[in-house]
Ligand binder design. Structure first.
Ligand SMILES: [Fe+2]
Length: 314
């Protein structure tokens, strides 16, 4: 038997044991730097809002736990995630509707876009959701929503569901009584970051935060949740950020203003309510044409916790 025939026979034995030799892998296990897997992508609120409004007439909360539209990254083979570890969704609730309580191991947050007099109940605390507010639903917290005023309410959800998919510990349950029995109203709560407070903090913050990725920046919580960081950024008309990249995966929500973000090969022109994805290690740069506030939601705490956070200006 020739040496190569002997080697082939050896490989057949190795594969037969469901093993692979590290010296002849079918695909490399290590590579020099992060690959560009997920795509930068933009979802426009003006495209989505009419669809949510139409769905509001066709799909009520008795048919669906939540009337939401998840933003699926257009990378081939992806069925759900917005970036590797996070998913974003637009969600609406109509006057008089109540979304029943449930809880899940994935952590979630809501960034409110439009509508007055809607409320969320998180572990028995009921808080109003107002435009610009960011509300948290940490892992395994009961949460339900309701709109009691005349407005439809629209918001952006961001959850770490794809991370939980990767790690496997998914648990989900509906509240046995549909809603929590003991509920108390609160103006302030640790899970509620008010827009008025964010504006005040931005006014008082130092100009030119680290890396020059925004004009001013504050963090909500430190971090907001164990797997998710939330930064509110301010950039005025004419501002151009540094070109930057980070191993953290990020999803931006536009609260006001207008601008363009170049990320990887994509150029994304955004305005109020738009959401865009900047996946890990994609070089990006913002240029602002109208005074803007963005909410940057990222998996930075995960990267930091495991010594995987690397950031770089180019
Ligand atoms: Fe939920």
């Amino acid at each position: 038997m020739s040496t190569s025939a002997e080697l082939e026979a050896l490989y057949a034995k190795i594969y037969g044991l469901h093993m692979e030799g590290g010296w002849h892998r079918k695909a490399p296990a290590l590579w020099p730097e992060p690959r560009a897997n997920f795509h930068p992508n933009l979802w426009r609120y003006r495209d989505v809002k009419p669809i949510l409004e139409q769905a509001g007439g066709l799909v009520d909360h008795r048919m669906a736990d939540r009337r939401n539209l998840t933003m699926t990254n257009p990378v081939e083979g992806n069925l759900y995630s917005t970036v590797r570890t996070l998913v974003a969704a637009y969600q609406s609730i109509k006057p008089g509707e109540q979304a029943e309580a449930h809880r899940h191991t994935p952590s979630a947050l809501r960034i409110i876009l439009e509508g007055q007099r809607s409320f969320t109940v998180v572990n028995g605390t009921r808080v109003e959701m107002r435009p610009g507010d960011v509300l948290l639903t940490p892992s395994w917290s009961w949460h339900s929503h309701e709109a009691v005023g005349p407005d439809d309410c629209f918001w952006v959800d961001v959850l770490d569901v794809p991370l939980v998919h990767l790690l496997e510990p998914m648990f989900f349950e509906r509240h046995p009584d549909k809603f929590e029995a003991q509920v108390s109203d609160a103006q302030e709560a640790p899970i509620a970051f008010r827009w008025t407070d964010s504006l005040r903090r931005l006014d008082a913050s130092a100009a030119a935060p680290a890396h020059g990725t925004a004009e001013r920046e504050i963090e909500l919580g430190a971090p907001a949740m164990k797997t998710i960081a939330i930064h509110v950024q301010r950039m005025s008309a004419g501002f151009a950020s540094a070109t930057h990249r980070s191993t953290a995966n990020a999803i931006y929500t536009v609260l006001d203003g207008e601008g363009t973000t170049r990320a990887g090969e994509r150029e994304m022109h955004w305005q109020l309510g738009d959401v865009f994805a900047v996946p890990a290690w994609q070089a990006y740069r913002h240029e602002v044409s109208r005074d803007a506030h963005l909410v940057r939601v990222s998996d930075e705490p995960v990267m930091r916790a495991f010594d995987l956070l690397r950031e770089q200006n180019l």
